[in-house]
Design a protein around this ligand. Sequence first.
Ligand SMILES: *Cc1c(COP(=O)(O)O)cnc(C)c1O
Ligand SMILES: [Zn+2]
Length: 438
Amino acid sequence: MPSLRCIDCHSEFPSATRIYTCTNCAGLLDVVYELDEFRGERMMSIWDWRRASPKAADQSGVWRFRELLPDAEESEIITLIEGNTQLWDAPRSAEYGGLERLTFKHLGMNPTGSFKDLGMTTGITQAKRLGATSVACASTGNTSASMAAYAARAGMKSFVFIPAGQIALGKLSQALDYGAQVLQIDGDFDDAMRLVREIANETPIYLLNSVNPFRLEGQKTIAFELLQQRGWQVPDRIVVPGGNLGNSSAIAKGLHELRERGVIETLPKLTIIQAEGANPLYRLWQRAKQTSEARFEALPHAFTLATAIKIGNPVSWPKAMRGLRWANGEVEHVNEQEIADAKAIIGRDGIGCEPASAVTLAGIKKLVAAGTIQPGEDVVAILTGHVLKDPDYTVNYHRGTLHYTDKSGQHIALQSHYANAFTQVPAERSAILNALAG
Ligand SMILES: *Cc1c(COP(=O)(O)O)cnc(C)c1O
Ligand SMILES: [Zn+2]
């Protein structure tokens, strides 16, 4: 039976306890499993066999790995057959980043278009096991889209707290379509997060932000599925965007568990990339290189056009630091210009992604140039969200109108180095032929 364990004071709680953080010290909780005989070859062969099984729980790229997931009867599982996302090689992106080859694992190919589905199937299933009838989250967009869909599948009410005017239209439209009650908060993500936590503590509404350890359990299967797709061959490095730091923490936990169970011997290097304007982990990591007494400091006004990672006070930073230690980690940050150009290059590979995902390629380019990543390394970068999530950003880039206002109120126009502008032509055959020839 899995249980909940505090990462700071190691207090343990039954996994059916309705808590989100440690009741002794307020530390983050892990779902932990007994180290039983399910390991190594046996584990790999059962998990491989299930890929060909027609059952929903086997087809799901999360529940296929259920021996290392929270308990759930198959009839209790709320699934949209998530996971099973592609690994794609990306030659143009590799060249741009300075690598000989580069693989993307595109989690934007999940049912609601982001990796949040992997954590939501386990989160909503746990909500159901605890008898919850309503769920809530604060969100920069993708969590709300995903939660709304899974809550609808489970017949639960869902409440979404979003920062007013700061979420991409594709994501908002999903939450509305899936029937969530959407509350626009006059504040930023960090305000919305604080409020939803207070409300979940005072009401029967079950909280589904990534402070909830059951969500991270689903997300850790990114590591399982990625290795399974590679015949359990470990890459040299996994590169992942960092916002609230749930995903990077979850991937590290998944890798760590595979090593404990003898499936892999070494962990790939874990590299987390943040946006420069929303880089509290990067800052902490730099300070931690200087002194063992480095302390975490939240950023009061996080900014980036990559709204999915516009977070100044990431809840999972202690787990991310632990993951970086387990996996010989590195943290880099990239600016708005670097993100915008990298996104366009990923598009040119015929892949595409939302802005937050593109920090991976931008970070790789920077780290190869700095000599931290070797050009011959076998790198897998995690693309977190679908290109259609934020069409405004993409169209503005290609039109040359992508811009923002910085902290000092200064207007900054980004350069569209890889713009693919559209051409205006009169509705005449000869004009069109001219345009095609030009
Ligand atoms: C949520 C999200 C992120 C950030 O993931 P964290 O777990 O919060 O670090 C990055 N990209 C996309 C598209 C997301 O939806
Ligand atoms: Zn504790």
